[in-house]
Write a protein that binds this ligand. Structure first.
Ligand SMILES: Cc1ncc(C[n+]2csc(CCOP(=O)(O)OP(=O)(O)O)c2C)c(N)n1
Ligand SMILES: CC(=O)[C@@H](O)[C@H](O)COP(=O)(O)O
Ligand SMILES: [Mg+2]
Length: 665
């Protein structure tokens, strides 16, 4: 790693020879395979941008020039080249983030791991440079072919292309894949560009050869260039990007540093928006014993780099696999049930369904908004669509859920995987907002299963609803042991009685502990700890957390207080809805919610984050006990006991420093 060790920042790249650059690229590949195999992470995407990242940092002057990464999962090489070499705790608590991070480096801008936003950022930064007269700075946006299928990318492109004299460089990192091969007309067009513009490659080659040819080389190159221009204008099909008003440069071999640099230098000279189309290979240079991985090692867990065998034993059955299996069963019984994925067929568990019913599943690309609206169309057309996405990504389709699906009372089921704290993917990947954001959607129902059996049951209940949106949400962890119900009150499962009388026969207790979904495990364990202190908790799983079960206020009224535990933001979540329902029913009881504070959570394992938030049995029991003590004291008119602790969730870890505004030169 001789050369990589010598790279303390982008300036150290500038003097390296062509041979040294090639050697550096191989050192980086070896480093990535070794490091990411130890920690897990986005191995494939980063192996695909080694030469591209080197070329970008040689041609541009980061951070003066802004190099922006869409999604950011492919920024490991960028991190290596900007002085960050300790990957030992990548995506781990206190270690490097798996995405750009302003707290880590001034070279990083976009921390959001949601795809298709980079061109919007670039448009804004380019406008800021223009308004502030920073004509000597470049904005370079790297976007994958997958991210280009996202609608926001086209909103930005429409604006960028309109400003013919505002410099902005777009680098399309075209490896023909998201997880799977990228779908749609855009992918087809990129494929056309890959083949039609072969003369670009010839030109790039010819230029390098000619420019090395003394005396006649340059003039000959210029005449060739002129001829090429004439040819292109006369014969070659104008690509979509040029039709839009962008200068198109490419396709370029994205693994040829000299060719990429040459294209970037051309783009840098162009006084307007220019798109450099780079062809790369996801997972390049990694050929383990395992036959080619289906998704080219998009995300890997900690593994043996030779065999890809996981280093840690799998933690058991995933919620995703339970969902996927039940979908195949439902698909056999219900020919009207169809499925939609946003470029994540396998990660969301729809691969089996797709194999069984290939004509009843669509990959719409990284286009969650379109997924929701097209689902409204499917439902109106007489089918029942199941839209499977990660919880955090449904945020961007809120308006479509509200105004297309719910307003028209469409029977659409949204299955939100990775709901709650996901952890290692950092703040923008936690699925911690859905049970707040979706609370305001009229008619929409939300289920949070506590175990596999409930997931199967609630999924079936959901696809039976044909006049409103339904949502099923579950976390990124293994499915726990089955949690049996002792009784049913209304539509709610009683998991533990709080007093001698069973809850379904009028019994109550000190605390009604409402547990949302997988937090049932925490709630039940907390109730056991409280019982040791003589506090009787009735633990109830609402199953459908929205709307609040009509029987809940009556059940609550047989207790002294209500506590709600949820793997969701405390703001406007299940706890808030329960408190509102009690007020509406004029049941005057204190309600305490134990959930996620209104904060962005730094990356760490899910268990570590939950522990930091106090969402563990011991802490939850302690805080409920303390709250009850304060409530009792208040009832007796006495001051709260000293050090009674706080019922509110401890503050989340401090957010990273706010964005450093660019200082005027
Ligand atoms: C809005 C949104 N939906 C889904 C994802 C999940 N996701 C992460 S990377 C990825 C594929 C990105 O493909 P591409 O942009 O081509 O980048 P590559 O991995 O090929 O480098 C997807 C779907 C996401 N990050 N954001
Ligand atoms: C970058 C991105 O959004 C995905 O690749 C995500 O990191 C995958 O998350 P899981 O590993 O939980 O499937
Ligand atoms: Mg791609």
């Amino acid at each position: 790693m001789r050369l990589l060790e010598g790279v303390r920042g982008p300036h150290d790249l500038k003097e390296l020879s062509e041979g040294e650059l090639a050697e550096l690229a191989e050192e980086i590949r070896a480093f990535l395979i070794d490091a990411v195999a130890r920690t897990g992470g986005h191995l494939g995407p980063n192996l695909g941008v080694v030469e591209l990242s080197i070329a970008l940092h040689r041609v541009f002057d980061s951070p003066r020039d802004r190099i922006l990464w869409d999604t950011g999962h492919q920024s490991y090489v960028h991190k290596l080249l900007t002085g960050r070499k300790d990957f030992s705790k990548l995506r781990g608590k206190g270690g490097l983030s798996g995405y750009p991070s302003r707290a880590e480096s001034g070279h990083d801008v976009i921390e959001n791991s949601h795809a298709s936003t980079v061109l919007g950022w670039a448009d804004g930064l380019a406008k800021a440079n223009e308004v502030l007269g920073r004509t000597d700075r470049h904005v370079v946006a790297v976007i994958g072919d997958g991210a280009l299928t996202g609608g926001m990318a086209w909103e930005a492109l429409n604006n960028i292309a309109a400003a013919r004299d505002r410099p902005l460089i777009i680098v399309v990192n075209d490896n023909e894949r998201s997880y799977a091969p990228t779908i749609g007309g855009l992918a087809d067009h990129l494929a056309t560009l890959r083949t039609t513009d072969g003369y670009e490659r010839f030109l790039a080659w010819g230029k390098d050869v000619l420019q090395r040819t003394p005396v006649v080389g340059q003039p000959l190159y210029e005449s060739l260039h002129g001829a090429k221009k004439g040819f292109k204008d006369a014969f070659a099909p104008q690509g979509m990007f040029e039709d839009l008003g962008l200068k198109y440069v490419g396709p370029i071999d994205g693994h040829d540093i000299a060719a990429v640099e040459s294209a970037l230098r051309r783009a840098r000279r162009f006084h307007g928006p220019v798109l450099v189309h780079c062809l790369t290979e996801k997972g390049r240079g990694y050929r383990p014993a395992l036959e080619d991985e289906a998704d080219r090692f998009h995300t890997v867990g900690a593994m043996d780099p030779l065999t890809c065998a996981p280093l840690a034993p799998s933690g058991g059955r995933s919620w995703t696999s339970v969902f996927g299996e039940e979908m195949v069963r439902i698909g056999a019984e219900r020919p009207d049930v169809v499925a939609i994925t946003a470029a994540m067929l396998d990660p969301v568990g729809l691969a089996e369904f797709a194999r069984a019913y290939p004509r009843r599943v669509w990959d719409v690309g990284i286009a969650e908004q379109h997924a929701a609206v097209s689902a409204a169309g499917l439902a109106t057309g007489g089918l029942h669509p199941v839209v499977a996405v990660y919880a955090t990504f449904l945020n961007r389709a809120f308006d479509q859920v509200l105004m297309d699906v719910a307003l028209h009372k469409c029977g659409v089921t949204f299955v939100l995987d990775r709901a709650g704290v996901t952890g290692t993917d950092g703040p923008s990947h936690n699925g911690m907002w859905d049970m707040s954001v979706l609370q305001v959607v009229p008619g929409l129902r939300i289920a949070a299963p506590r175990d596999a059996e409930q997931l199967r049951a609630q999924l079936r209940e959901a696809v039976d609803v044909d006049d409103a949106p339904t949502v099923i949400r579950f976390p990124k962890e293994s499915v726990g042991a089955p949690i049996p119900a002792l009784a049913r009150v209304g539509g709610m499962d009683v998991l533990r009685h709080g007093g001698p009388e069973p809850a379904d026969r009028g019994g109550g207790g000190d605390v009604l502990l409402v547990v949302a979904g997988v937090m049932a495990q925490v709630g039940l364990a907390a109730a056991e700890l409280l019982a040791e202190r003589g506090i009787g908790c009735t633990v109830v799983d609402p199953r459908w957390v929205k709307p609040v079960d009509p029987a809940l206020p009556g059940l609550a009224a047989r207790h002294r207080a209500v506590a709600v535990v949820e793997d969701n933001s405390r703001t406007g979540g299940v706890g808030a809805a329960v408190a509102q329902a009690l007020r509406d029913a004029e049941v005057d009881l204190p309600v305490r919610t134990f959930g996620i504070p209104e904060a962005f959570l730094a990356h760490a394992k899910r268990g570590e984050v939950l522990a930091d938030l106090g969402l563990t049995p011991a802490e939850t029991a302690g805080r409920i006990g303390a709250a009850l003590a304060r409530i009792d004291m208040a009832r007796m008119g006495a001051p709260a006991p000293a050090g009674a602790g706080s019922a509110s969730t401890p503050a989340a870890r401090p957010a990273p420093p706010a964005a450093r505004k660019e200082k005027d030169a």
